[in-house]
Design a protein around this ligand. Structure first.
Ligand SMILES: Cc1ncc(COP(=O)(O)O)c(C=O)c1O
Ligand SMILES: [Zn+2]
Length: 434
């Protein structure tokens, strides 16, 4: 088994600034400021064939492809020591979450494929994240951030002297990401502040409380600048020294590292299939970290199914940005045109799929690149199809998926007439119904 790390560094998708992989706490582009958050780091890597080591834990199965692995190597840890760090942190997570990270199911769903009139050659492959740590894909993104913090502390490179002096972690989220972040924080007894919207549901708030998160509810005020009030509050505490522990690339690029595990898991299964290649991938988009990292992960396997980034009619800033970018010089590497392309959705976002109502698609550059590179497209699903996809998911599968988790399927329903019956397509059932 080849054990050399694959990631070589970072560069900013907007200003081009390079950042060494050895850099500690390299959350953001060094040129990002409190008034200019239009920067996001992306990974540089050498081309290496994608191979799983066969371990059930994806962070170990794909260890050498992680930016974290390259980072930890620069701190002087050998491959086995790095594996051990992942294993120990995973064990700590399992004690709180009831499960550690395990490759999640990915297979053709016969019932859903027939319901959508695909033939035997084609069909719908579901990536089921509902039983992942903390009930969604979100913990994958956060695990590489936590690994970064823990290994830095372990080797004595953190600026604080003792565990008691750790700055708090902070996240802005309405649901799954907050639960995932609080679960991981609890696993290592790290204090965390969670900024949630005023309308956050009781089930989520109860879970956060049981995980001992410090929950701050943020009302939308008329006097606020445009954008999500939780994100505004979150940025304030980051300025004061809290550690960004969220799933938005511009706030902490390390989320884009672990987010790729889901793509890698799908890619190695896809490689083993006989018959037609998987030709499309439908991914529901909130902040955009999932689509950009899952697509990047999948592409590492060597094939590029058309990426369809799915948003709802009630909030579709990515589709708008994609169009603007196409009209203003192209949608690939459009980062330098951020202000022209991406700004907060003007009307108060609303949908049954309430987990993807981010005012802005923070990771829009990566999302647009994945769409362009795969000849895909954004899909804006009418609200009616968000409801239909949720009902269909519950009628034909026994996966306890939430409306947000099944929203990618609404994108498939929306463009099903354009898809041949023998095509193979992916939907990600990304979150559990609580
Ligand atoms: C279940 C679920 N699926 C998908 C998403 C979208 O992920 P992202 O915000 O990375 O686009 C979210 C959260 O936003 C979610 O909670
Ligand atoms: Zn930059």
């Amino acid at each position: 088994m080849q054990q050399t790390p694959v990631v070589t560094g970072w560069h900013c998708s907007v200003c081009g600034q390079g950042v060494a992989i050895s850099e500690v706490f390299s959350w953001r582009c060094p040129n990002a400021t409190s008034t200019d958050r239009h920067h996001v780091l992306e990974l540089d890597e050498i081309i290496a064939p994608l191979r799983s080591s066969g371990d059930l834990n994806p962070f170990i199965a794909f260890q050498r492809y992680l930016a974290w692995d390259a980072f930890a190597a620069t701190l002087g840890l050998d491959f086995a020591a790095r594996t051990n760090t992942i294993r120990e942190l995973d064990n700590a997570v399992a004690l709180i979450a009831g499960t550690g990270f395990r490759t999640t199911p990915f297979e053709r769903h016969d019932g859903l494929s027939s319901a959508l009139s695909f033939n035997q050659d084609g069909g719908v492959w579901i990536k089921d994240e509902t039983n992942n740590v903390a009930g969604s894909q979100k913990a994958r993104h956060l695990f590489t951030e936590l690994l970064h913090l823990i290994v830095t502390e372990q080797v004595g490179c953190a600026p604080w002297k003792s565990v008691a002096q750790r700055p708090a972690l902070a996240i802005a989220s309405c649901g799954n990401a907050a639960i995932a972040a609080s679960t991981l924080a609890r696993a290592v007894d790290w204090p965390i502040r969670v900024f949630v919207p005023e309308h956050a549901d009781t089930a989520t708030l109860n879970i956060l409380q049981s995980l001992r998160a410090d929950v701050v509810r943020c009302a939308r005020r008329v006097s606020d600048p445009p954008g999500d009030p939780c994100v505004i509050k979150f940025r304030e505490v980051i300025e004061q020294g809290d550690i960004p522990f969220g799933v938005q690339g511009p706030e902490n690029a390390w989320c884009l590292d672990g987010g790729r595990t889901t793509g890698w898991e799908m890619a190695v299964v896809a490689e083993q299939l006989t018959g037609p290649m998987i030709s499309r991938m439908f991914v529901q988009v909130g902040g955009g970290a999932l689509v950009s990292s899952a697509a990047n992960g999948f592409f590492a396997g060597g094939t590029k199914p058309r990426v369809h980034a799915v948003q709802t009619q009630g909030c579709a800033p990515l589709a708008r940005a994609f169009e603007r970018a196409q009209q203003s010089g192209g949608a690939r590497n459009a980062g330098s045109r951020w202000s022209q392309c991406m700004w907060p959705w003007e009307t108060t976002p609303s949908s049954l799929a309430d987990g993807i109502l981010d005012d802005e698609t923070y990771d829009w550059i990566g999302a647009c690149n994945a769409i362009v590179d795969s000849d895909g497209s954004p899909v804006v699903a009418p609200e009616k199809l968000i409801h239909e996809s949720y009902q269909l998911a519950h009628r034909v599968t026994n996966i306890n998926v939430s409306p947000t988790g099944s929203a990618g399927l609404a994108g498939l329903l929306a463009i099903r007439p354009e898809i041949a019956d023998d095509e193979r397509v992916i939907v990600i059932f990304s979150g559990i119904l609580r």
